[in-house]
Each structure stands twice: as structure tokens, then as C-alpha cells.
Ligand binder design. Structure first.
Ligand code: ATP
Ligand code: MG
Length: 388
């Protein structure tokens, strides 16, 4: 093929000495993202990555897949041309026919990283602009607000012609920020929290608590679906499902009702910490947002955090529901999240949950339980699948 995809790396360019290992991870993630689409050759030069198909394939599908890979600030499909100006002109006129015919104004933008190329950038712009005007006489040049910007990049290996770069997913490559265990319910917030941490380079392991028969198999499958929606951003996800029924029943039987949710959340944290450590995760991640519900006050979070020494990352903590929903729509988890299947949290909701709990009172309320035994059995009973 005479086309390829150009990727511009974002923040990665700032990473100094670590840069090459960041770039290796980025390339590995990109390869994975397009593995099912075609056979591609990857190479890089001057903070640009080249993704060149070795045979015919759906380049637009590859662009779409790569637009979800973190660590890329912009990307575009481009035509490869020899570094010969006459060829650049004719190929540009031909390659961009559809866009230029549909437009009424344009400008040419030139970048010349190969300084040996005989024409300087202003000359490239002027000459190519003039040539395209001859070919498409209906066009006029508008340097300030053009409908189409024709870009010519004269680089080491060849020249490249393209229009309109797309924004990339931003962030830094998944796998460069350590591993984090995402407590994922079937709700709106936790998938968004996972997406946000992946955007900061964190590789996500999922942990889901299920309470059959109070929660249905369909509720579990919904969590699988949510993880699947996250895969284009996060890469494959190991998802642990923890049996939570025995714990919830014991809490309901033995503990004061207004502490149900809090005690349950303490169990979730503790069990997640154990699984997270085994998986080499350095933090827990939740979709909590301050003030959203009774268990998400500062005092309640202090009581849940007291059971773990792991950092608990809450990337949506300061966001309104509206903002979280906007992200969930953007990453396409929203429609799945709002499917009406019961989560274990909603099955045993107390009528009057404590919003200002004290740690010693919570500890007292749960003291009748065989905490260690319950935790050990839940961890033992956890199963996992890999979602990809
Ligand atoms: P979400 O939309 O993520 O469910 P929420 O606003 O409904 O969040 P809660 O149900 O109180 O809030 O849960 C707070 C957080 O606790 C969730 O964001 C998630 O990280 C974790 N969590 C809740 N239920 C579960 C579950 N069944 N399995 C794993 N984690 C859970
Ligand atoms: Mg929830």
C-alpha cells in the first residue's frame, strides 16, 4: 500500500531518559490494538511513529483502533510519496481529489524535517498551493480559516501528504504507570474510573463482587461487557469475581443496619487488597465521588480506607455525575451501565445509612463477625477470566 498512519506521541516526548522504554510500550500497545485488522510494520523517527501496512487492509479501522491507544496526541492517514516535488504535486492533487472537490477554501501547511530537501517550507506552500489552484480552479486560498488544510511533511524516509489530523486518546501508555486493581461494579462510575487511570498509564485488573442469588448471572455478564468496552483503551483485563453472598448475609444477620454499607465496603477493600497484592498491583481504584451517596462522605471513606495500607485512587472523586456520564458516553460504557441489573450494594441497602460514621463504632458493629474467616473464604472462592 502507498498509505500509512502517522502517530504523534504526546506527553511521552517529555519523559527524558525513560523515553525509549515508554516508546517501546506504546508501540507494543499499538501493535496489539491493530492485531486483528492487518499486518503492520512499525517504526519511529522524531517523535512520530509510522504504522505501515504490509498488505491491503482497512486503514480507517486501524486509525479508529489507534485513536483509543493512550500516549498518542494526534494521528492521521497519509499518502507516502517520494521526495520529489513534481511527484508530490501530482500525487497530492490526485490523492486529495474528493476533499478538494468538496471544499471551497484551503491552505497548504508544510513541514520539512529533512533539511536537504531543495525547497524551503514557504516555497513548498506557495508552489503546491498554486498547483492545486490550477487543478481545482473553484478553490480559493484562505490562510486563516481554511475548510481544508493540506499538509506535506518532508521526512527522513519519504514525503507524506495528509489532511486533518484526528486527536489521539492523550495520556501516557498503559503499562508505564504500574498496575491498579479496579473495584468494578456494574454502575456508571467505576468503568470511568478505570478508563481515567489507564489514561495515566496504569494497567487495570478488575475485581467484582457478586452475591448470587441476590444478584443475577446477567449482572455479572454486564460487568464482562463493561470490561470489554474498556479493552480498546486499557488492553486486556484480568477480571476477578469474588463471591460475596456469605459476607453480606452475615453482615445483615449480625450487624447494626445503619452500618451495613460501610462494613460491606470495608470487606470489599480488604479482599481487593489481598487480590491486588497477589497480582502485583500497587493501588486500589474506585469510582467514588464525594457526596454522591452516604458511603461516599469523607468520614465514610476514612472508615473504609482504615482497613487497607494500599493507596486508594479515586479519579472521579471531584466530578459531578454529569461529568462522569459525559465520559461514560464518550467511551461507550453508558448504555451498558444503565441496564437495570441489581448490584450487591443495592440489594442490602440500609434505610438510614450513617453519613458521619466513627471508626471505633464501625469496628464495634462488625466485631461479632468472623472477619478473617469470611475474607479467607471469599478470596479462596474468587475466580478470574481474561477479557480481551
Ligand atoms: P458505580 O457507578 O461505580 O457503581 P456508585 O456511585 O454506584 O458507583 P457505590 O455503589 O456506592 O457507588 O460504589 C462505590 C464504588 O465501590 C464503585 O465505584 C466501585 O468502585 C465499588 N463497588 C461497588 N459495588 C461493587 C461491586 N459489586 N464490585 C466491585 N466494586 C464495587
Ligand atoms: Mg454502584
Amino acid at each position: 500500500m502507498n498509505e500509512l498512519i502517522l502517530l504523534k506521541s504526546g506527553e511521552i516526548a517529555l519523559k527524558g531518559l525513560n523515553r525509549s522504554s515508554f516508546e517501546d510500550v506504546l508501540i507494543r500497545n499499538c501493535k496489539r490494538a491493530v492485531a486483528g485488522i492487518g499486518d503492520f510494520k512499525f517504526y519511529k523517527a522524531q517523535s512520530t511513529f509510522y504504522v505501515e501496512p504490509r498488505s491491503d487492509c482497512d486503514l480507517n479501522a486501524a486509525v479508529e483502533a489507534l485513536s483509543r491507544v493512550f500516549g498518542i496526541s494526534a494521528l492521521c492517514r497519509a499518502r507516502i510519496v517520494e521526495k520529489d516535488f513534481a511527484q508530490i504535486q501530482t500525487v497530492a492533487a490526485d490523492y486529495l481529489r474528493d476533499v478538494l472537490e468538496a471544499a471551497s477554501t484551503f491552505k497548504v501547511n508544510a513541514k520539512r524535517s529533512d533539511k536537504k530537501f531543495p525547497l524551503a517550507t514557504p516555497e513548498i506552500c506557495r508552489e503546491l498551493g498554486g498547483f492545486l489552484l490550477e487543478q481545482y480552479p473553484h478553490l480559493t486560498v484562505d490562510v486563516h480559516n481554511p475548510e481544508v488544510t493540506v499538509t506535506v511533511e518532508i521526512r527522513d524516509f519519504a514525503a507524506y501528504i495528509h489532511v486533518d489530523q484526528l486527536p489521539g486518546a492523550g495520556g501516557i501508555p498503559v503499562g508505564t504507570g504500574g498496575n491498579g486493581a479496579l473495584l468494578i461494579s456494574g454502575g456508571i462510575d467505576s468503568p470511568v474510573a478505570g478508563y481515567m487511570m489507564a489514561r495515566r498509564g496504569v494497567k487495570i485488573t478488575g475485581i467484582h463482587f457478586a452475591s448470587p442469588p441476590y444478584t443475577s448471572e446477567r449482572a455479572e455478564l454486564k460487568v464482562h461487557d463493561l470490561c470489554r468496552k474498556l479493552v480498546p483503551y486499557c488492553g486486556h483485563i484480568q477480571l476477578y469475581t469474588v463471591p460475596f453472598t456469605e459476607i453480606q448475609e452475615a453482615i445483615k444477620r449480625e450487624c447494626q443496619e445503619d452500618y451495613f454499607t460501610l462494613i460491606m465496603r470495608r470487606f470489599m477493600m480488604k479482599i481487593s487488597e489481598i487480590i491486588a497484592r497477589r497480582q502485583g498491583c500497587g493501588a486500589l481504584i474506585t469510582g467514588e465521588s464525594i457526596g454522591q451517596v452516604a458511603s461516599q462522605t469523607m468520614a465514610a471513606m476514612a472508615c473504609t480506607d482504615a482497613v487497607t495500607t494500599m493507596p486508594v485512587l479515586r479519579p472521579v472523586i471531584g466530578m459531578d455525575k454529569e461529568q462522569i456520564i459525559a465520559i461514560s458516553r464518550q467511551i461507550d460504557t453508558f448504555e451498558t451501565s444503565i441496564q437495570p441489573y441489581e448490584d450487591c450494594c443495592t440489594v442490602f441497602t440500609p434505610r438510614h445509612p450513617r453519613t458521619n460514621p466513627k471508626l471505633d463504632a464501625v469496628e464495634k458493629a462488625e466485631s461479632k463477625l468472623d472477619i478473617d474467616g469470611l475474607i479467607a473464604r471469599a478470596v479462596e472462592g474468587a475466580g478470574f477470566i481474561v477479557i480481551q
